[in-house]
Design a protein around this ligand. Structure first.
Ligand SMILES: *Cc1c(COP(=O)(O)O)cnc(C)c1O
Length: 469
């Protein structure tokens, strides 16, 4: 076999075996990195096999290993081999998914996969006997940010039919939209990019469980209307990034209905609950929303970037993104292609890693991974409680935010940094808008086990003594 492929094969196979023994936070100093890059002045060709080996070494030594069972961090899923192999196949054949006539097999695989996932959403209904798929329009996106952008744009186009052609000025009154003070900060960027301005994104107070306070939202809508502004959207968060809180979808759906507002659910990570019978009831109401953000790269064991946008109707997307390019052959008139109904133009075959991962695992295999992660989340809480820590959040999802009980006060950021420097595990600290500051550990890897959690908790205990001593 070709030496470069062999070298890649060894790394893929070897990583799963080596991961547990490797440090989570290897250290390659900036100087050492610069030194290692200096020979690459591109003046002379190099051997590919040697390149594979050098680059893989750099990646094993020079990044935080989020694909490690003791990475308890931000929502970066551990990846399984099916997703890695899928991305290699995508690179090999490089299908152009902008137009389905160009890549019927690749677009067909994506539609097939999205249809399956839309049926998962349909099961998260207020009415457990209903399983009607409401979200008939779905696309893969680069990530949750693009999906949230598409949600805001869809709500704008829906509320203000002249927005697409005449712009924000034609809307008249100042449009405003709402999210909790825990909503993802991508909405700030989106408010700026859409021409609404950051102040059009109104952050509503959350309660002591970090869920949007619906009374405060109702009051904000009334106040804004009285001031002549035009509310058009509520962005609920289903699984906040900081603490895994789930906004009250039932109350939000009722309020949006009576106020005539678009309800978007940002379930970038919370969508993980859709695979699990025990977690699904916590996200009931996703089926009743107008649109949804769900990140495959946070909730399935697949590599980045794989977000998803689901919507009841393609009408706003068709209105917003419809263009007719003379240089793109019109093979199937009347059937819009993805470049005509989404933000992207040239489009990577994002969906294969999801298709292959689901196909390899099967429905039950995927459910078992999420149930395992939920169980590890419960064990994490127990282990923390048993060893002198107090868990401060109550999300049903596998994430724990905690502080040390008793002892001298320690700064969570110092503790997290100390754990990271030591290299056994990685976790982060989180600061809430009300000033609370906690340690934060999230189960993101499919193969995190009890002993990994025990080692994390021990590392946090030692770090607490060290930074307070
Ligand atoms: C991560 C995240 C996003 C952004 O998604 P990307 O895939 O990083 O673009 C949006 N919302 C929530 C709740 C998230 O956790």
């Amino acid at each position: 076999m070709d030496a470069s492929i062999l070298s890649l094969y060894d790394r893929i196979r070897g990583w799963e075996e080596r991961a547990r023994r490797a440090p989570v936070t290897p250290r390659l100093s900036r100087e050492a990195l610069a030194e290692r890059l200096r020979p690459y002045d591109f003046s002379a060709p190099r051997d590919l096999a040697e390149l594979v080996s050098n680059v893989a070494d750099l990646l094993e030594q020079g990044i935080i290993q989020n694909n490690h069972p003791r990475y308890f961090g931000l929502f970066n899923a551990g990846t399984r081999r099916a997703g890695v192999v899928a991305d290699a196949l995508v690179a090999l054949y490089n299908p152009q998914n902008a137009a389905s006539w160009h890549s019927p097999a690749a677009c067909g695989i994506e539609d097939h996969t999205l249809g399956y996932l839309a049926r998962k959403i349909a099961r998260a209904s207020f009415d457990p006997t209903s399983s009607t798929t409401a979200h008939r329009f779905a696309t893969f996106t680069s990530g949750g940010s693009e999906a949230n952008l598409t949600g805001v744009l869809s709500a704008l186009a829906h509320a203000f039919p002249r927005y697409g052609e005449e712009g924000i000025a034609a809307v008249g009154a100042q449009p405003v939209f709402y999210g909790s003070d825990q909503a993802h900060d991508s909405f700030i960027k989106i408010a700026r990019m859409t021409g609404l301005g950051a102040r059009a994104f109104c952050r509503v107070r959350s309660d002591d469980r970090q869920r949007m306070d619906v009374d405060a939202l109702r009051a904000a809508i009334a106040r804004d209307r009285a001031e002549g502004k035009t509310p058009f959207l509520v962005a609920a968060t289903v699984g906040t990034t900081a603490t895994g809180a789930i906004d009250p979808l039932r109350d939000l759906a009722a309020l949006c209905k009576s106020e005539g507002l678009w309800l978007h659910a940002d379930a970038a990570w919370g969508g993980i609950a859709l695979f699990s019978d025990s977690l699904r009831p916590h996200v009931a109401g996703l089926a009743e929303t107008d649109s949804i953000t769900w990140d495959a790269h946070k909730t399935l064991p697949v590599p980045m970037g794989a977000g998803m946008f689901f919507s009841r109707t393609s009408a706003p997307s068709d209105a917003l993104f419809s263009v007719r390019a003379g240089y793109v052959p019109e093979i199937e008139p009347g059937t819009p292609d993805l470049y005509q109904r989404s933000v992207q133009w040239s489009r990577r075959f994002i969906g294969l890693k999801i298709f292959m991962t689901l196909a390899e695992l099967g429905d039950l295999g995927m459910a078992a991974i999420v149930e395992h992660q939920a169980q590890m989340g419960r064990y994490l809480r127990e282990a923390l409680g048993a060893r002198g820590f107090r868990v401060m959040n109550d999300s049903p999802l596998p994430i724990a935010c905690f502080t040390r009980e008793g002892g001298p006060e320690v700064r969570p950021a110092d503790v997290a940094r100390r754990v990271s420097d030591e290299g056994t595990a990685w976790l982060s600290d989180v600061r809430l808008p009300n000033g609370q500051h906690w340690l934060r550990a999230c189960i993101t890897h499919h193969d995190t086990q009890r002993e990994d959690i025990d080692r994390l908790v021990s590392a946090v205990q030692s770090a607490c003594s060290e930074v307070s001593g």
